[in-house]
Design a protein around this ligand. Structure first.
Ligand code: AMP
Length: 198
């Protein structure tokens, strides 16, 4: 079984960019729940159509919906080579369910990378809104508009940031200094992953 890594950080912090580099270098599966939900929405599956209502409003898809999606995905044989979860878990309930489902297979997460960028929430909101509005010009993502971005950041602080404390207690949380350049952030991540024994 390969390495199991989780990426936590606000939208716009650079998780997607770093994730691409990591999965290439370590041969991991890149499991982005946002990408999975957008694909389900485009394919008009029942889960995709249900998810779209929440995604377009910048709200989280209900825990039971997304947990089922990810647990089924992790049961696929290709997950054996290890994976990077990007965008999941996003609530403490999701983290607990993930831990339970791994424990049932005698597994656990190897490391949780917390991509932290700013000292204050005010500073962070300003910069992330700027970045995501900019991204929205080319991404074509309907949730990269200023109003929805502010909602997503609010949801991050209220529902996802508590994960940091949850994972601090489990002891394998590492903070990445995301304010550095893309190669410098990648170097920090690599120095952590290079030292993980699986
Ligand atoms: P992302 O691409 O990670 O920014 O996700 C886009 C949207 O998909 C989010 O704003 C949520 O509506 C939904 N989503 C993605 N991952 C999750 C998750 N783990 N829990 C709930 N909703 C999610």
């Amino acid at each position: 079984m390969g390495m199991k890594v989780v990426f936590v950080g606000p939208p716009g912090a650079g998780k997607g960019t770093q994730a691409e580099n990591i999965v290439k270098k370590y041969g991991l599966l890149h499991l982005s729940t946002g990408d999975m939900l957008r694909a389900a929405r485009d394919a008009k599956t029942p889960v995709g159509l249900e998810a779209e209502k929440y995604m377009s409003a910048g709200q989280l898809v209900p825990d039971e919906v997304i947990i089922k999606v990810i647990v089924e995905r992790l049961a696929q044989p290709d997950a054996e080579r290890g994976y990077l979860l990007d965008g999941f878990p996003r609530t403490v309930v999701q983290a607990e369910e993930l831990d339970k489902s791994l424990a049932a297979k005698g597994e656990k997460l190897d490391v949780i990378l917390h991509l932290a960028v700013f000292d204050t929430e005010e500073e962070e909101t300003k910069e992330l809104v700027r970045r995501l509005v900019e991204r929205g010009r080319t991404s074509g993502r309907s949730d990269d508009t200023e109003e929805v971005i502010r909602q997503r950041l609010d949801v991050y602080h209220k529902q996802t940031a508590p994960l940091i404390d949850y994972y601090k207690k489990s002891g394998n949380l590492v903070k990445i200094h995301g304010e550095k350049s893309i190669p410098e952030v990648a170097a920090q991540v690599e120095s952590i992953l290079d030292n993980i024994q699986v």
